[in-house]
Design a protein around this ligand. Structure first.
Ligand code: IMP
Ligand code: MG
Length: 187
C-alpha cells in the first residue's frame, strides 16, 4: 500500500519499514558501544515515541532499562501552553545515564523543555535519541545526540506519529501529499 487517506488527506509512503529497521539497528550499535557497562535508562516520551523506543531498546546488546513518561501541557493554567511537566517518572534519575527517546524534533520546544527538566533531576549524563528531525522547522536551538532521519518540514504519520490519534499503528512512515494540503502552494 503506497497511498493512504486519513481525514480526507492523501499520504504517500515516505520511509519504509525496512529502512526504519536498519537505521534503528545502526543507532542501537552506536548507543551500545557508547554505554557498555553503564546500564543506561532510556526514557520514552509517550505516546508517539513508543514504537521507536521499544524497537531501539530491543536492538541494544548491552544492559539497559526503559521507562515511559508523558509530557503534559497545562493549557488551562497557561494560555501559551508552555507550562509543561514530566509525568509518570517512577525510576530515580540522579546518577543515571539517561537517554531521552523521542519520535520527532520539530520546533524543538518540547525537547528543550524536556532536557531542562531532566537536567534538574541530576542525571550523570543526559543524551537525546530522536527517530526524526525537521531541522528547517526549528524555533529554538536544541540538537539530538542521535537522529535517525533528517526530513523536510512536512507533516508525517505512522510508526507512532499520529493525525488526531490515528495512524500510529502503520509500520511505515507516510508524508502528506502536497497537493492535498490546503494552503500549500508548492508543487
Ligand atoms: P516540537 O515541540 O515542535 O519539537 O514538537 C514535537 C512534537 O510535535 C512531537 O513529539 C510530535 O508529537 C509532534 N509532531 C511534530 N511534527 C509532527 C508530524 O509531522 N507529524 C505528527 N506529529 C508531529
Ligand atoms: Mg511526541
Amino acid at each position: 500500500m503506497k497511498h493512504i487517506t486519513y481525514q480526507g488527506l492523501n499520504f504517500r509512503k515516505f520511509i519504509a519499514e525496512a529502512d526504519l529497521r536498519s537505521r534503528i539497528s545502526e543507532m542501537a550499535r552506536e548507543i551500545s558501544a557508547r554505554y557498555a557497562g553503564k546500564n543506561p535508562l532510556l526514557v520514552c516520551v509517550l505516546t508517539g515515541a513508543a514504537p521507536f523506543a521499544v524497537d531501539l531498546f530491543r536492538a541494544l546488546d548491552i544492559d539497559a532499562e526503559i521507562a515511559f513518561i508523558r509530557f503534559k501541557s497545562y493549557e488551562g493554567m497557561a494560555s501559551t501552553g508552555e507550562v509543561r511537566q514530566v509525568m509518570g517518572l517512577t525510576e530515580p534519575v540522579d546518577g543515571r545515564d539517561v537517554i531521552i527517546v523521542e519520535d520527532i524534533i520539530d520546533t524543538g520546544r518540547t525537547m528543550k523543555l524536556l532536557k531542562a527538566q531532566f537536567e534538574e533531576l541530576g542525571p550523570r549524563s543526559l543524551a537525546v535519541a530522536t527517530l526524526l528531525s525537521k531541522p528547517s522547522a526549528r524555533k529554538v536551538e536544541v540538537e539530538a545526540d542521535w537522529t535517525g532521519f533528517e526530513i523536510p518540514d512536512r507533516f508525517i504519520i505512522g510508526y507512532g506519529l499520529d493525525i488526531d490519534g490515528q495512524a500510529r499503528n502503520l509500520n511505515d512512515i507516510y508524508v502528506l501529499d502536497s497537493e492535498s494540503s490546503p494552503g500549500n502552494s508548492e508543487a
